[in-house]
Design a protein around this ligand. Structure first.
Ligand SMILES: [Zn+2]
Ligand SMILES: [Zn+2]
Length: 274
């Protein structure tokens, strides 16, 4: 990955400078590079996962989510090659391959641990008593060791020439907003909820597996027009997000308007019940 080289060179320059201040800036540079490594994998995987489903933003959590939902090999090392001749039904034993590139892997847990450890050096230490000096930078040797560990990871990833978005069967469905959603079939689980890939869309879909068949069911809530009893379905996510002090107006095709609002209920529990 050519862009890692710039980060590594900057870190090396700052380390060489050797002051506590320059080491602190080197720690910051390492953190930026480690974040960029993880978010770069996310960028390539974005066609297969909604930003809504990523959850936590911390680099290690992002990579773990991608491993779970998009590609189990997102942080693995491997080489991709292509056969020199067009594919037949059965590959020849002496088939010749040309290397396309290599994905450099990393240990997401170790990367996350170093990324966290570096942050300790980016803060001024809070004094616990009144007669100590408030120091802006801390632990030169300890920090240097963490920077070396970060550089080790970055230099390994720097050797990679491509990032794969994974392999395996892909299932597709089109959301009501018009966005085509793609998911890796082998990673889908019964009852899982997936969000639409369109960042502006609030639709969520429940996954149903039946034998080899995979279905996506829209998670919706039906509202009824009080005049003609016609049903209209809305995104469950959106309806559940209406606040207690808000009202939602449904303008029906029959011309009537019905208003909806959430209300707090009260009741006395039945004896022995809850
Ligand atoms: Zn959508
Ligand atoms: Zn109506």
């Amino acid at each position: 990955m050519y862009w890692i080289k710039d980060h590594v060179e900057r870190v090396r320059g700052l380390v060489q400078n050797g002051t506590e201040a320059s080491l602190t800036y080197a720690a910051l540079e390492c953190r930026l590079a480690l974040e960029r490594v993880c978010y770069d994998r996310l960028r390539v995987s974005h066609a297969y996962i909604s930003p809504e489903d990523i959850g936590r933003w911390q680099p290690r959590d992002v990579v773990n989510r991608l491993i779970q939902d998009v590609d189990p090999h997102v942080a693995s090392s491997f080489t991709i090659s292509i056969a020199k001749t067009p594919a037949g039904s059965v590959p020849e034993e002496d088939e010749e391959y040309v290397e396309i590139g290599r994905q450099a892997g990393f240990d997401a847990k170790r990367l996350g641990r170093i990324w966290n450890a570096l942050s300790n050096f980016l803060h001024v230490q809070m004094p616990k008593v009144g007669d100590v000096e408030v120091k802006p930078f801390g632990g030169r040797e300890k920090l240097k060791r963490k920077i070396d560990e970060a550089l080790e990871i970055l230099e390994e990833i720097q050797l990679g020439t491509l990032i794969s978005s994974g392999m395996g069967e892909v299932v597709k469905f089109t959301c009501g907003c018009g966005a085509e959603n793609k998911r890796r079939a082998c990673l889908l689980k019964e009852g899982q909820t997936v969000s639409c890939i369109n960042p502006k869309c609030r639709e969520k879909w429940a996954v149903h597996l039946e034998g080899d068949a995979i279905g996506f069911q829209r998670k919706s809530i039906a509202l009824v027009c009080l005049s003609c009893r016609a049903e209209s379905k809305f995104s469950e996510d959106w309806i559940l997000d209406i606040r207690s002090n808000q009202q939602f107006q449904l303008d029906c095709e029959c011309g009537a308007s019905t208003r909806f609002a959430w209300r707090l209920m009260h009741f006395v529990p039945a004896e022995g019940g809850s």
